[in-house]
Design a protein around this ligand. Structure first.
Ligand code: ZN
Length: 324
């Protein structure tokens, strides 16, 4: 494999130069980068690309999906490379990296650009992972598989949807997503509890179905010096559906949903991250605004509790015939 002879930030200028020469980035205007700017950000230790505007404040999780966000370190070797409305995470090591989630098709080149802007080489990504098999988190994975050459690992219930780009009736929102998304050629199954390892990296898969059958949450540890924290990327837990699906018609799904929520409540979780960054106030927490703290050991438990309340309300609505 290709290994950086220099720390990634020292390769920022070279990586950006390569991107420009190769013409492999449809460089969005607002995301124009310069080697000098990236290098000075690297010197400051932030790894931010300072000429990419911060995401506008918003409380609408449906906004900003295809707006490039400034890539930045979350903690240690965990980096935000997604957009203003959709999370993508790069977890790095000297022996290769793991990329979690691919956002939309339109956003996928922005994710690749963000990886490069931080000085990392997409070809050093060894595995692609996914939170759940819906277009806003998976439609960019085909592009990112081409950019990285990495296989996508997913739990069995998600494999067929990711591989074909089309879901079936086991997806509560199937009728909303009939258009499908670009199929991912190489998808390998992994089990609940499986560990994905690259060098010193070890990420653990947790089955958290319910929003989709294949929903998966991920945990790993990141360190800054001697300070190590538990990172938890928890999948969406909203019990949303199209007009025809009723959760109460699928008791096995409901049981698995509840088990997944129990799992989420007890995950090792110092830093909580969600597929929609606003769902966990990630940007405010990174900036330390609104009294928000990046580290919050109770966040996963509260997230699971809100998911449980949402599910039980949904089941109650179904019991009295209220339409979704
Ligand atoms: Zn979804």
């Amino acid at each position: 494999m290709r290994r950086h002879a220099l720390p990634p930030y020292q390769l920022a200028a070279a990586a950006l130069g390569f991107a420009l020469l190769a013409g492999c980035q449809p460089a969005p205007q607002r995301a124009s980068t310069s080697a000098g700017a990236a290098a000075s950000a690297a010197t400051a230790g932030t790894h931010e690309a300072p000429d990419i505007p911060a995401c506008p404040a918003s409380d609408n999780a449906m906004e900003g999906w295809n707006e490039r966000a400034p890539p930045r370190r979350i903690f240690g070797n965990t980096w935000y490379v997604g957009t203003c409305g959709l999370t993508a995470l790069l977890v790095t090591s000297d022996d290769g990296h793991v990329l979690i989630d691919g956002a939309t098709e339109a956003a996928s080149p922005l994710i690749e650009a963000n990886i490069r802007a931080l000085g990392f080489d997409p070809k050093d990504v060894k595995y692609l992972l996914n939170s759940h098999e819906h277009h806003d988190h998976a439609a960019g994975l085909a592009y990112l598989q081409r950019a990285t050459g990495a296989p996508l690992l997913a739990r069995a219930p998600a494999v067929n949807t990711l591989h074909t780009g089309v879901s079936d009736r086991s997806d509560p929102q199937q009728l909303e997503f009939k258009r499908g998304f670009p199929p991912v050629p190489v998808v390998r199954p992994l089990d609940d509890g499986a560990r994905v390892s690259v060098g010193a990296l070890a990420l653990t898969a947790h089955a958290t179905p319910g929003h989709t059958p294949g929903g998966t949450s991920w945990t790993w540890r990141s360190c800054e010096g001697t300070r190590c924290l538990d990172m938890a990327y928890t999948d969406s837990v909203s019990a949303l559906s199209d007009s025809q699906y009723r959760y109460s018609d699928h008791p096995a799904m409901v049981a698995a949903f509840r088990r997944g929520l129990d799992t989420l409540a007890t995950l090792p979780c110092d830093i909580h991250i969600t597929p929609h960054p606003l769902a966990s106030d990630l940007f405010a927490r990174l900036q330390g605004t609104d009294g928000k703290s990046l580290v919050d050991a109770g966040a996963c438990r509260r997230y699971a509790q809100s998911g449980r309340a949402n599910l039980e309300k949904r089941l109650g609505d179904e019991a009295i015939g209220r339409k979704p």
